[in-house]
Design a protein around this ligand. Structure first.
Ligand SMILES: [Zn+2]
Length: 460
């Protein structure tokens, strides 16, 4: 048995691993690379030829850096089943189609803009909404803990990863060995989802390491910080702009604001979720209470909808979104994309970044070379739509909302998956974080490998 590390190797995005067994090959995730535009574009366009050796695919969760290239794979001839959880399949309905629409829109825009240039090579989207729907047709769903045998002698089971709705750690048993693909690992004691669970007695662990060198703030103090920022900004008459991932983070922030309002910790100011994708995904959350933890189920029973309240508006039309540009504060605007690279958030940043009355609240991980990272670094000037803008709004970074396990939990995860595993492969992390985590695991006598892209490892 062998693993080929096709993506998320020494980097945070582009999850893609091929497990080759005697009875067939399993592709685990097929995600987008994100980061430097040109490089990511090439990597997403030129899928490694090895992915087409897959007989079936398993998808750990709906985040685009794990799922985004699946429609490309199907468009280029992959006919096998794509196994995942029911909630992930429902989220992918929206994630895939949204991704296709963005690509189609960007290609049309750039083709139009460069229509006078005789050397302009016409851009094509990687996939269209129709291709995205074709990929959805190949999905086969299994709930957590229901094992299935898609190839003779290859048994697969999803365990709850507690990271985003429907997220799974995938345990694959073949040739007398157990291989665990962690996907992204969630945090304990977070709202909405159950805590991550770790299968024991695993032989090989392929584990994420996004926060391998850091811990996060506690969710309670993070909510208190958010309340402080909202109240201070409201007192200045400003707007609070929250770039947020449409999946999970938006719902966590909304639930947090719902709690703060109920407890009288924030003023009653208008709150907008201005992202069609986030709105659609929130509907999926409402349809999958089987993924909730006890706290979210109690909230549902006592107060009704955790993701809706009087002062909250989910905007739908473009006109409603544009109207927010001229609307006077105070108000809170939650919008996507989470790393500020595309979508309505870029417009809100452009319109609000130059006023010191406003606050920009960063609630998620910001990869290198993204506008979000430049905001975290509090650069004096940042380019938005190619135009330099002064960064005068206050930038506040809240780490407590992270959906990723921190360093101590990652160490614990690796330990619990043992005790006698042969190797831990660290993936899905920047180098500094991976090296730091590797050292910590080696100190605990674990055999750790940080694979490079396209590295092949034999599991004997
Ligand atoms: Zn994720």
């Amino acid at each position: 048995m062998r693993i080929v590390f096709l993506g998320a190797a020494k980097t945070v995005t582009g999850s893609m691993f091929l497990l080759e067994t005697d009875s067939g090959n399993v592709l685990v995730d097929c995600g987008f690379f994100q980061g430097r535009r040109q490089k990511s574009k090439e990597l997403n366009r030129d899928l490694p030829s090895k992915v087409f050796d897959a007989d079936l695919m398993v998808l750990t969760h709906a985040h685009i850096d794990h799922s985004g290239s699946t429609p490309t794979l199907v468009k280029r001839g992959f006919k096998g089943p794509i196994y995942t959880t029911p909630a992930t399949a429902d989220l992918c309905q929206h994630m895939f189609r949204d991704s296709a629409r963005i690509q189609q829109h960007d290609a049309e825009y750039l083709n139009r803009k460069n229509s006078d240039d005789p050397d302009w090579e016409k851009l094509e989207p990687l996939y269209t909404e129709k291709d995205a729907i074709s990929a959805l047709k190949q999905m086969v769903t299994y709930h957590y803990w229901r094992s299935f045998e898609p190839l003779p002698g290859v048994r697969i089971v999803f365990h709850d990863a507690g990271h985003v709705l429907g997220s799974a750690c995938v345990l694959i048993e073949a040739e007398g060995k157990k291989v665990l693909f962690s996907g992204d690992i969630g945090r304990r004691n977070m709202p909405i989802l159950r805590d991550p669970e770790v299968p024991a007695n695993v032989d090989y662990v392929v584990m994420e390491s996004t926060y391998g060198d850091r811990e996060h703030g506690a969710i309670e103090s993070t909510r208190a910080e958010l309340a402080r920022i909202i109240n201070e900004t409201a007192a200045r008459g400003g707007k609070v702009i929250i770039p947020s991932f449409a999946l999970e983070r938006t719902q966590e922030v909304v639930l947090g604001l719902n709690h703060l309002r109920k407890d009288g910790k924030i003023e009653d100011i208008p709150i907008y979720v201005d992202s069609p994708l986030a709105t659609n995904l929130t509907h999926v959350f409402k349809n999958h209470p089987e993924c909730y933890d006890d706290g979210a189920i109690s909230f549902l029973q006592e107060h009704g909808d955790p993701f809706g309240f009087d002062t909250l508006t989910y905007t739908s039309s473009v006109q409603e979104s544009i109207a927010l540009n001229t609307a006077k504060g105070p108000m809170v605007i939650i919008s996507a994309s989470g790393m500020c690279e595309a979508g309505r958030i870029v417009h809100h940043l452009r319109n609000n970044i130059e006023s010191p009355d406003n606050s920009i609240v960063i609630v998620g991980f910001q990869a290198q070379h993204t506008l979000g990272r430049r905001l975290v670094e509090r650069r004096d000037r940042v380019k938005i739509f190619g135009v330099p803008r002064d960064l005068r709004a206050r930038v506040e970074v809240l780490n407590g909302f992270s959906a990723h396990a921190g360093r101590a939990s990652l160490i614990k995860f690796a330990k619990l998956a043992g005790p006698d595993h042969k190797k831990v492969f660290l993936v899905h992390g920047e180098e500094k974080s991976q090296v730091s985590l590797a050292e910590a695991l080696q100190k605990r006598n674990m055999n750790v490998v940080i694979p490079s892209r396209c590295q092949i490892e034999t599991l004997d």
